[in-house]
Design a protein around this ligand. Structure first.
Ligand code: SF4
Length: 207
């Protein structure tokens, strides 16, 4: 461990110790004022193992807020934990629900690794090879775009009439991004969609 890593490790641990202690005390006092016994919860919290490994500062990949993260890596180089970085002035150790789930982006036994396809009229999903799926999507995209492409469009001219403008777009295709699309993917994706003339372009992230 380098001196810088050691310093970061100490300050992070100190921060967590101080903040969890202060929060725990405050929550316990608040709960006690309502007659709630939190001793079992506090005892369980002490049993939760702290993941040990090399701590690597990183940045959440998901949105432009740029929250700092600490990626904990085992001796074998495997990511074993990802948490908010208390030293980051952006998020001060916090992460939104999306950022807090970053670990599952790399490690998730429930994640599907094959393309699923449900044929028209079918009541179940079948596995499809990635090559077949990509070709199918490309064919349908071109077919839909060619059949619905607008080179020009009539628009109000502001004087009660219309004016014909060159638009080069299609309203027949929409793109809706998902939570696991990171900044770089979204940048390239909007470039591709705009090149195709897609107007309805959206991503679910609303931070
Ligand atoms: S997705 Fe959440 S945790 Fe990640 S940078 Fe954006 S606000 Fe921060």
């Amino acid at each position: 461990m380098t001196k810088a890593e050691k310093n970061m490790d100490i300050s992070r641990r100190q921060f967590l110790k101080i903040s969890t202690g202060a929060i725990g005390t405050a929550v316990a006092a608040e709960a006690a004022s309502f007659g709630v016994d939190t001793s079992a919860v506090q005892a369980r919290a002490l049993d939760v193992p702290i993941k040990q490994g090399k701590q690597v500062p990183s940045v959440c990949p998901y949105c432009a807020v740029g929250c700092g993260q600490i990626v904990t890596v085992s001796d074998s180089g495997k990511i074993i934990d990802i948490q908010g970085n208390p030293d980051s002035p952006v998020n001060q150790g916090t992460l939104c629900p999306k950022g807090a789930a970053t670990y599952q982006l790399v490690t998730n036994n429930l994640r599907w690794t094959k393309v699923k396809h449900r044929a028209p009229g079918s009541d179940h999903w079948d596995d499809m090879s990635l090559d077949v799926a990509m070709n199918r999507i490309a064919q349908l995209t071109q077919q839909t775009r060619d059949a619905n492409f607008n080179e020009t469009q009539d628009m109000p001219d502001g004087k009660g009439g219309t004016v014909t403008k060159r638009v080069m777009n299609t309203y027949a295709i929409a793109s809706l991004g998902g939570a696991t699309m990171d900044n770089e993917w979204n940048y390239l994706h909007q470039k591709l969609m705009h090149a195709l003339g897609v107007v309805y372009l959206e991503n679910q992230a609303r931070i």
